[in-house]
Design a protein around this ligand. Structure first.
Ligand SMILES: [Zn+2]
Ligand SMILES: [Zn+2]
Length: 308
């Protein structure tokens, strides 16, 4: 199954000409999920040739404008495009009030069902689940209620060892073996053993999105051994006091979290507009956690299946 993260925006609150506010697309199989929806997200989707009509759900981390001011435009455009499929929206409970007021004053009637699920930032929990993966909230500490999101693949079926398959085996045999069930003859003797014909499934992959947060190690147990971690890195160590005061993190702090949880890879973003160069932030993080990358607009990060 495809598991990819596409960065649409990773700037911070003050606008600049070379970055866009927070938004990412998670591709799982052939479904798209949007995390945060900063101003102009619908244009960034067009640039990446991602049809917004195919979005299944939207997850909003918190109600600072750089994380959701693009939502009104996107939701309205979907209606102009005559969308009929239900769209799931997860976010802080105040978001429902904001949208209701905007739609009321603009006399907007959506062409589709928008199902809003309020997130309780106090209680990390699974907020979405289908046959392929789960989405769990992560407790972040910011100036307003804020949650991260952990996308975790479910363990799939065992893999058939194609070279072992016998002509006598039928479709039902293969299905049961993939599900991990041994097959017995009518007299109760073993016919096909799972271990002989299949390999174990690939380990499930996971992606954690940790948007605006102060450095807090309490996050680590929730994201142990995540394959890919996005963590904000608004400041650098020279502004560590400012980071704490504004409930943000430094690049080094993001890397400390990645190291402590044993992440496979770290993506940093939300760099303050005060920095004209991103290189020093990357260097600062890499000194602690070498497998760090910038979450640059337009980049796609693949989460390949891990070897067993
Ligand atoms: Zn922000
Ligand atoms: Zn914020």
């Amino acid at each position: 199954m495809t598991f990819q993260i596409t960065i649409l925006g990773s700037g911070s609150a003050s606008p600049t000409l070379h970055s866009f506010p927070s938004a990412q697309v998670v591709t799982l199989g052939n479904e798209y999920y949007l995390i945060d929806c900063g101003e102009g997200t619908q244009y960034r989707l067009m640039e990446q040739h991602i049809r917004p009509g195919r979005l299944k759900g939207i997850f909003i981390s918190h109600l600072h404008g750089d994380h959701y001011f693009g939502l009104f435009g996107l939701l309205t455009s979907l209606s102009l495009g005559q969308r009929t499929d239900e769209l799931l929206l997860f976010g802080p409970k105040g978001l429902n009030d904001i949208l209701t007021e905007i739609f009321r004053h603009s006399d907007t009637r959506l062409s589709y069902l928008l199902t809003f699920h309020a997130i309780d930032a106090e209680k990390p929990s699974v907020i979405y689940e289908n046959t392929l993966f789960t989405v769990q909230t992560l407790p972040l500490l910011h100036r307003v209620p804020c949650t991260g999101f952990l996308f975790r693949e479910k363990t799939g079926n065992r893999k058939l060892r194609k070279e072992k398959i016998l002509p006598a085996m039928n479709h039902e045999h293969l299905r049961l073996l993939k599900e991990g069930q041994d097959i017995y003859k009518a007299d109760g003797t073993l016919l096909y053993a799972v271990e002989d014909f299949t390999n174990p499934p690939s380990p499930p992959r996971s992606y954690a999105y940790c948007s605006d947060t102060i450095f807090q190690e309490a996050l680590v147990p929730y994201i142990k051994e995540v394959d890919c971690l996005y963590h904000e890195a608004t400041f650098r160590e020279d502004q560590a006091a400012r980071a704490t005061k504004t409930y943000h993190s430094t690049a080094r702090q993001a890397a400390l979290i990645a190291k402590a949880c044993g992440a496979g890879r770290l993506l940093i973003g939300h760099l303050s507009s005060r920095y004209s160069e991103s290189g020093p932030s990357l260097d600062e993080a890499r000194a602690v956690f070498p497998e760090t990358h910038l979450a640059s607009e337009g980049e796609t990060f693949d989460l390949p299946s891990r070897p067993r």
